[in-house]
Design a binder for this molecule. Structure first.
Ligand code: PHE
Length: 444
């Protein structure tokens, strides 16, 4: 019998998976640049109308299957076992994401070390320092990547209860406390804080275009860790009697709350020092923010350590959830120990991770189809594997599973009308909406 989460452990672990690097740079930048609260309203509509619906479908696959993704599909579709078991292989997407995601967490670790000593004090210097880390400093990149890699694999080697649950039970509250401390400090920055709040919350509906709608939907899927079997895998270890709907709402609430807190913190600093709000992604975190912290002297060092540590925690709790699905599958399929399964996955992830480092490293700059390997993995997973996975899982629950069986699963948590609405959205709205994002992303 596999080990199970406690009820709160499940919510924290799933929220830990959802809250990740996506919340730190994708969410704030997209909100800021795409119409402030108009984007937040749109994001909420898409999260509840689409992502929430598909998330419940993913949960039900795990809860009804109660084993790893491949075997869950086999068990739930006895007539077309072989064909449907293939759907479980979307879990490989998680392992692929982990390969480049761990590298970014490695950069964060490097910045925690830097925050103890000296951060670059001008944007030019900071840009050069970050550029140097990824293009010239193979040793630092590889070392930080290796440390993070060992932490993540060590946690997964301890299993669901004493590894993943324990990690999340202390990292998620710590992450929250760190964010609260930084938010309190941001409040003392008066003008900067108000400008940040205005930037994030004043709605500008004219900025909402079809392009933005699709991007927001992509963000909702990425942010809720969908389409790569993380949700069914964690749900297979759900304790009996857990309220699926309430748990999902809590996870979504925590995910949005952390995104907004991150946004307020990051942009307060950016506005207080008239930084560049159009910078997104790594530029925002490793260049703009790093410089701003440097301006604050010792307080800046403390805040920088707190900020990068909170990102480290957010990243690690997401990374473990990318690896667990495939680990669980190998244990069941090959009847091997958890440690041995992890050795196989580790070799794969480590090799891909090193290739990603080499793809930025100037002397090698390993490119595939003219793009760094890192970008290819990122593109392939976010734009192809995750959305196709999400549609496949929704179609499976909507058209292959028996309606009565799913109704029994949810009947304690929603009434008949709500169930019917959910079921309709799942069967007809989700596949069309997700297909639209994908086609758009590919044609763009
Ligand atoms: N949700 C995570 C984030 O926002 C990323 C993730 C994707 C985690 C897929 C697990 C699986 O960073």
């Amino acid at each position: 019998m596999q080990d199970k989460f406690s009820k709160i452990g499940f919510v924290l672990a799933m929220a830990g998976s959802a809250v990740g690097l996506g919340n730190a740079w994708k969410f704030p930048t997209m909100v800021g640049n795409n119409g402030g609260s108009a984007f937040i309203v749109l994001y909420l509509v898409l999260t509840f109308g689409i992502a929430f619906v598909a998330f419940l479908a993913e949960l039900s696959i795990g809860k009804l299957g109660e084993t790893d993704p491949v075997h869950s599909f086999e068990k739930l579709a006895p007539k077309y076992k072989k064909q449907w078991s293939m759907a479980g292989f979307f879990m490989i997407g998680g392992v692929l994401i982990a390969s480049f995601y761990l590298l970014v967490i490695g950069w964060i670790l490097k910045y925690i070390f830097l925050s103890f000593s000296s951060l670059p004090s001008t944007t030019d210097e900071a840009g050069a320092a970050f550029g140097n880390l990824i293009t010239n400093d193979f040793v630092s990149s590889a070392m930080c990547f290796s440390i993070v890699f060992f932490i993540v694999f060590y946690v997964v080697s301890k299993g669901i209860k004493s590894g993943i649950e324990k990690l999340n039970v202390w990292m998620m509250p710590s992450l929250f406390i760190l964010l609260l401390i930084m938010l309190a400090y941001s409040l003392t920055m008066g003008d900067g804080f108000f400008k940040a709040a205005e930037f994030l919350f004043v709605p500008d509906f004219s900025k909402i275009t079809p392009d933005i709608v699709l991007q927001a939907l992509g963000l909702a899927f990425f942010s809720l860790s969908m389409g790569v079997c993380t949700v069914p895998t964690y749900a297979a270890s759900l304790p009996d009697g857990a309220n699926l709907v309430k748990s999902t709402l809590s996870i979504i609430f925590i995910n949005i709350l952390v995104g907004i807190m991150m946004g307020l913190i990051v942009f307060t600093f950016v506005f207080a020092y008239s930084g560049d709000t159009t910078q997104g992604g790594p530029g925002l975190i490793f260049v703009s923010l790093a410089t701003l912290f440097a301006k604050l002297g010792v307080v800046g060092n403390v805040l920088a350590v707190a900020f990068f540590t909170s990102l480290l925690f957010a990243g690690i709790t997401s990374a473990v959830s990318m690896i667990e699905p495939f680990t669980f599958y190998l244990i069941n399929k090959l009847k091997i120990s958890r440690k041995r399964a992890l050795v196989y996955i580790a070799i794969f992830v480590y090799s891909l991770g090193i290739i990603c480092i080499l793809s930025f490293y100037e002397p090698t700059s390993f490119k595939l189809l003219g793009k760094p390997f890192f970008d290819i993995l990122d593109y392939l997973t976010s734009n192809l594997i995750m959305p196709v996975g999400a549609i496949t899982f929704s179609i499976f629950v909507g058209f292959v599973l028996k309606k009565e069986g799913i109704y029994i699963l949810f009947s304690g948590f929603m009434n008949k009308t709500m169930f019917e609405i959910w079921y309709f959205l799942l069967r007809f709205v989700i596949p069309v909406a997700v297909l639209a994002i994908m086609i758009y992303q590919i044609l763009k």
